[in-house]
Design a protein around this ligand. Structure first.
Ligand code: GLN
Length: 473
């Protein structure tokens, strides 16, 4: 494993050039992608010309950002001008956006080099990576196992050293779950912290841009570039952006860490159970105060999440009707065209969610599904707000298990992988999955959740852990 921080230092000392680095990454991807499936599209010419441009600025002695010359990749649901953007769906197989998403643009402006577009579950709906309409991205630690989803390629690429960092999206856990399965850091910021302009919508009240890296420092440097208001996204917050790098390496002595019993269930695998206990011991030894507590938010969260996100997906994906965007099915009337387009170009999971979402929104069903789900979401928000009266952070497993083998899970079993990640999503809170120090097991992630706009606390606590267990640059 090589970190962004280490490579950035070597670039700044002119020990390597970005062009050499970029070529090496492209070569590795070329050799491994057939097996791993992390990438859907590569843009080698664009990447090499961006890398050369950074190199020539550096040679002239320009002061460059730490991301300058760093090879990165983004989930294929971020619009990139002139580069196919498919959402891993047949529906968008020929879509070439006329503009670039704000998040990607900000990274490119800082000098990061885009290698290509990463695989995902179709339209970011899924938890395993298996719902890509093209081919699945699998787990670099064991190719017979799943990478996790929906940001399967985002986690797999970083874990396999096929990018130094990546962007994913996290609506209900899509960055944290694959990060946990692949052994990398996956950060979902506060709702509204990063502009979503140009990130193709799934469930607009929950969608966030996520960041995948090897370490907390790497993650903080990327968020520093991405966070902040954007006139193109009205949901992007005006809350000032703190200095995230300053909080990395602050001590955690005295920090109160809540341990909610609802997340430590009997069905955790023995390895996950043990890994989490050890994380607690590390924090205790660093002087943090562990606070056993109750946080009654796990019970109905999945159902609430699926009602709300499917309802929003039904509305957002209504635009793929064969008229303005995407592929077009046959038919003599607009209704026929729309129906045939959806049947032919959308996968089963996406179709199922659109159908259930549309049903939840029917007038006669509102009082049974949608309204109670909103009510329950308010309850979850309040429960977190109350918890943060007495603790600074919450510590929980990211998932109940290590990456399972691919195949063999029903649709509802796949949905249940998100049990521990959806509560923070429903509450709009920042949350990160960090690799536990493990021996002889597949990767296991632990999850920290902080109050809104306190990503700095996540970086502080995560970095302290990494330093202590020796997973730091
Ligand atoms: N796995 C969850 C789902 O299928 C979360 C997806 C996401 O966060 N984009 O909805």
């Amino acid at each position: 494993m090589v970190t962004l921080q280490q490579v950035s230092l070597r670039l700044s000392k002119l020990e390597i050039s970005s062009a050499e680095l970029t070529s090496a990454y492209l070569e590795r991807i070329g050799e491994e992608n057939l097996d791993l499936g992390a990438y859907l599209t590569l843009c080698p010419e664009k990447a090499l010309s961006a890398a050369r441009a950074v190199d020539s600025r550096r040679i002239k002695g320009e002061k460059l950002h730490p991301l300058a010359g760093i090879p990165m990749a983004v989930k294929d649901n971020f619009c990139t001008e002139g580069i196919p953007t498919t959402c891993a769906s047949k529906m968008l197989r020929d879509f070439i956006p006329p503009y670039t998403a704000t998040a990607v643009k900000r990274l490119e402006d800082a000098g990061a080099v885009l290698l290509g577009k990463l695989n995902l579950d179709e339209f970011a709906m899924g938890a395993t990576g298996e719902y890509s309409a093209y081919y699945p991205a699998v787990n670099p630690h064991d190719l017979t196992r799943m990478a996790g989803g929906s940001s399967s390629g985002s986690a797999a690429s970083v874990a396999a050293d096929q990018a130094l960092f990546s962007l994913g999206s996290d609506t209900g856990g899509s960055v944290r779950l694959p990060a946990s399965f692949c052994g990398v850091v996956g950060m979902k910021p506060t709702y509204g912290r990063i502009s979503r302009y140009g990130m193709i919508a799934f469930a607009s009240s929950l969608d966030t841009v996520g960041i995948v890296t090897h370490t907390m420092w790497d993650n903080a440097v990327v968020l520093s570039v991405l966070a902040g208001a954007d006139p193109m996204d009205a949901t992007c917050s005006l809350t000032p952006v703190p200095d995230y790098l300053a909080s990395v390496s602050s001590p955690v002595k005295g920090l109160r860490i809540g341990i909610p019993k609802e997340f430590y269930t009997d069905d955790l695998t023995p390895n996950v159970e043990k890994a989490l206990r050890e994380v607690m011991e590390v924090y205790r030894s660093l002087g943090a105060v562990l606070c056993p507590m109750s946080l009654p938010v796990t019970e109905d969260s999945l159902a609430v999440y699926h009602i709300l996100s499917s309802a929003e997906a039904a509305s957002n994906l209504g635009r793929y009707d064969g008229v303005r965007f995407g592929a077009r099915g046959a038919g003599n009337t607009p209704a026929e065209i729309s129906q045939n387009t959806k049947d032919r170009f959308l996968g089963g999971e996406v179709q199922a969610r659109i159908a259930s979402g549309a049903a939840y929104l029917l007038e006669e069903n509102l009082d049974t599904y949608y309204k109670p789900a909103l009510e329950k979401q308010r309850f979850i928000k309040t429960a977190f707000a109350e918890a943060f009266q007495t603790v600074d952070l919450i510590l929980a497993p990211t998932a109940t298990c290590e990456a399972p083998r691919t195949g063999g899970f029903s649709r509802s079993e796949k949905r249940a992988f998100d049990r521990f990640t959806v509560p923070a999503s429903l509450a709009g809170l920042p949350s990160v999955s960090i690799p536990c120090k493990t021996e002889d097991t597949l990767p296991i992630g632990f999850q920290l959740v902080a109050p809104a706009f306190r990503e700095d606390l996540l970086y502080r606590a995560g970095d302290a852990y990494e330093r202590e267990v020796g997973r730091h640059a």
